[in-house]
Design a protein around this ligand. Structure first.
Ligand code: MSP
Length: 526
């Protein structure tokens, strides 16, 4: 089993992965942490698999929504965005995200990229000046057609997303999106993996088949945004500004710089299902119009509800990442979010389900396995990796499952089926637990110590594989596991998986300690 870097024997392959950039009108909640978590897990996985990764996240700081939130808070938009952007930046610490870059759309590097992209589209004849009269939802920062709206209370017009719309009438630059329906359909056909999951792809294809209208891409009635080059009465539509972040971060407009050449086009934009159209219709159309390469894949995940209810400000039920981590622990939270619900589907977060996962999968299945095996080695093998004898069929079967695990997990993670990848690893945990019970090393201690040593060695090897493979999802617990196997940093990459990296008999191991505490209800604990 080889990691990708080793198998190609050339420079590591680049992998550029991005999260959406978050609106700074609100504090982060579990939904925001979820998108970045999925990217973090993939970024970590790819690094361990030998890729040269760039992992980008950041904040979307312009637009009417942010301007309004700042006014409500009684501060300037810049003061407001400085404050709220930091909350998102701090998620890196709270959730242990391994981001390589954090972009803020108020940075000068970003204005330069937006204006360069605009000019390029304009020069190629894709932008014209007109005037917009229609409906706009500030909450979504999106335009809607009359026939998409329903009547709300007090004669208000409501978008399909539930957002309130207002009538907007102002001079505006337009992007000739109407001309892009056919080219986009050809593009989707030529790149069947561009939109995932497949259900989302079908949704987008049928939307585009319905025809596209030109898109208003500038506003004049407020000024919190990037000025349109050559016409400073206008600021750019916040979605054009926001989407551009993905190329700003690799140095655009300097397309000759190392980062751009290395990382663009991005390998993967991970987004929520609510912002699919922006990423799969507008974004590729802008890039194609500018003659720039398009990202390779956009994956839209589902939404979380909390205890069966939509997360909302009015219900006050949003779960803050801080709360999640202090209540359940960092790794348990990370594991739960990716194991509980297939990525792409909607899911429900409940206290009962995270406790069930924490105590079942983590404390019982994995935690007990590690604890049992390492304590037996400490007590019965003088605290060193035991020396194995010849392997029985049962030993070989468990080792073969461990050795084949990277290929299985990689295949699942490559299509963002995190739950299936984790299920496969936990299948190995289950096999190892059954093997302990069947082999009963505690009995062998008296009857056949040499066989006991072999059994404990095989189990330590299974644990080594599990410890290495869970690193992307559980960065803290995996350190505890791998430390207890006395593995150095060079022995933790995916290149160390398989028989080549096998534990060396006789290696001294540190005293074992628990890896996953059980979750105990506070009232039961006191
Ligand atoms: N600023 C835009 C994105 C611009 S990207 C060029 C935006 N920001 S957001 O802060 O509103 O949302 C960011 C992400 O959080 C989206 O992918 C969205 O799907 C995700 N989530 C927000 N609430 C969520 C849940 N309740 N559940 C899961 N994800 C959710 O849109």
């Amino acid at each position: 089993m080889k990691c990708r870097f080793e198998s190609t024997m050339s420079a590591p392959k680049a992998f550029y992965i991005t999260t959406p950039i978050y609106y700074v009108n609100d504090v982060p909640h579990i939904g925001h942490a979820y998108t970045t978590l999925a990217c973090d897990v993939l970024a970590r996985f790819k690094r361990l698999d030998g890729f040269d990764v760039k992992f980008l996240t950041g904040t979307d700081e312009h637009g009417q929504k942010v301007e309004k939130a700042a006014a409500l808070a009684g501060v300037t938009p810049q003061q407001f965005t400085d404050r709220v952007s930091k909350n998102f930046f701090d998620l890196r610490e709270t959730m242990n995200f391994s981001t390589d870059d954090f972009i803020r759309t108020t940075e000068p590097r970003h204005a330069a990229a937006c204006q360069a992209l605009w000019k390029r589209m304009e020069e190629k004849g894709h932008i014209y000046l007109g005037s917009y009269a229609g409906w706009y939802a500030v909450r979504d920062e999106a335009f809607y057609d009359e026939d998409e709206l329903t009547a709300g209370p007090n004669g208000k017009k409501i978008a399909p997303t539930g957002a309130e719309c207002e009538w907007v009438e102002e001079p505006s630059y337009f992007f000739r999106l109407s001309a892009w329906a056919e080219p986009l359909l050809e593009f989707y056909a030529a790149h069947p993996d561009f939109i995932a999951p497949a259900s989302r792809r079908n949704e987008v294809v049928s939307f585009v088949k319905g025809g596209l209208r030109d898109l208003s891409i500038s506003r004049t009635t407020f000024d919190w945004g990037v000025p349109v080059p050559g016409d400073e009465d206008h600021i750019m539509y916040v979605w054009l500004d926001a989407l551009t972040n993905y190329i700003t971060a690799v140095g655009y407009p300097d397309t000759e710089n190392e980062q751009y050449k290395r990382y663009w086009p991005a390998d993967l934009h991970v987004i929520g299902k609510d912002i699919l159209r922006f990423h799969t219709v507008y974004w590729p159309a802008f890039l194609l119009a500018a003659g720039l390469p398009t990202p390779k894949r956009v994956f839209a995940h589902g939404w979380w509800t909390i205890e069966g209810q939509k997360m909302s400000k009015s219900l006050g039920n949003a779960v803050a990442p801080d709360h999640l981590v202090t209540t359940y622990g960092l790794d348990a939270s990370r594991y739960f979010l990716l194991r509980e619900v297939p990525f792409g589907n909607d899911g429900d977060f409940s206290h009962a389900s995270i406790v069930h996962r924490t105590n079942g999968d983590l404390a019982n299945d994995l935690g007990n396995l590690v604890q049992r095996v390492l304590s037996m080695i400490a007590k019965n093998c003088g605290g060193v990796v035991p020396t194995p004898g010849a392997f029985s069929d049962a030993d070989k079967a468990l080792l073969a499952t461990a050795h084949g695990m990277l290929d299985r997990v990689r295949a699942e993670f490559d299509v963002l089926a995190f739950h299936k990848g984790l299920e496969a690893i936990w299948g190995l945990c289950g096999d190892a637990n059954r093997y302990v019970d069947e082999q009963a090393p505690w009995t062998l201690r008296k009857t056949d110590p040499a066989r006991m040593a072999t059994v404990l060695y095989v189990l330590a090897e299974a644990i080594r594989h599990i410890g290495i493979l869970v690193q992307p999802v559980m960065p803290e617990a995996s350190i505890k596991i791998l430390d207890q196997l006395a593995l150095g940093p060079e022995a933790r990459g995916f290149g160390a998986l398989g028989p080549e990296g096998a534990l060396a008999a006789g290696t001294a191991l540190p005293a074992p300690s628990g890896v996953f505490p059980r979750y105990v209800e506070p009232e039961a604990a006191s």
